[in-house]
Design a protein around this ligand. Structure first.
Ligand SMILES: [Zn+2]
Length: 120
């Protein structure tokens, strides 16, 4: 992966967007980021997606969508190695993972409506 040379600016010149970028970068450096690149994770991911090939969150609303992501549900792993490898996991489609998954990771309660229009 190509790495860009870091550019340095005095702290007072950094914008909110740049500070957010710094935060993302520090997340990118987190050890668990690398665990996603391991053969162990690939195997676990393939296993989860073969067990649950459809997006489990879409199914709650009776929508059939193929799952492409494996999400750490129940509050996420938060860098906990044990939780990272043992789950609980949920198979999701990309849109669910980037919307509901992100909100779950930030500890927000997600209200889901079923096909009958009532919250689940
Ligand atoms: Zn979905």
């Amino acid at each position: 992966m190509p790495t860009r040379a870091p550019t340095f600016k005095p702290a007072h010149q950094r914008t909110t967007a740049q500070r957010r970028q710094d935060f993302d970068r520090s997340r990118a450096d987190a050890p668990w980021r690398r665990w996603y690149g391991t053969a162990r994770w690939q195997k676990l991911r393939t296993h989860q997606l073969s067990l649950h090939p459809l997006c489990e969150w879409c199914l709650e609303s009776e929508i059939v969508a193929p799952a492409t992501e494996v999400h750490h549900t129940d509050g996420g792993h938060k860098g906990d190695e044990e939780k990272f490898w043992t789950g609980p996991f949920v198979s999701t489609c990309k849109p669910c993972h980037s919307s509901r998954g992100q909100r779950e990771d930030h500890g927000q309660k997600v209200v889901v409506f079923g096909a009958d229009g009532w919250p689940l």
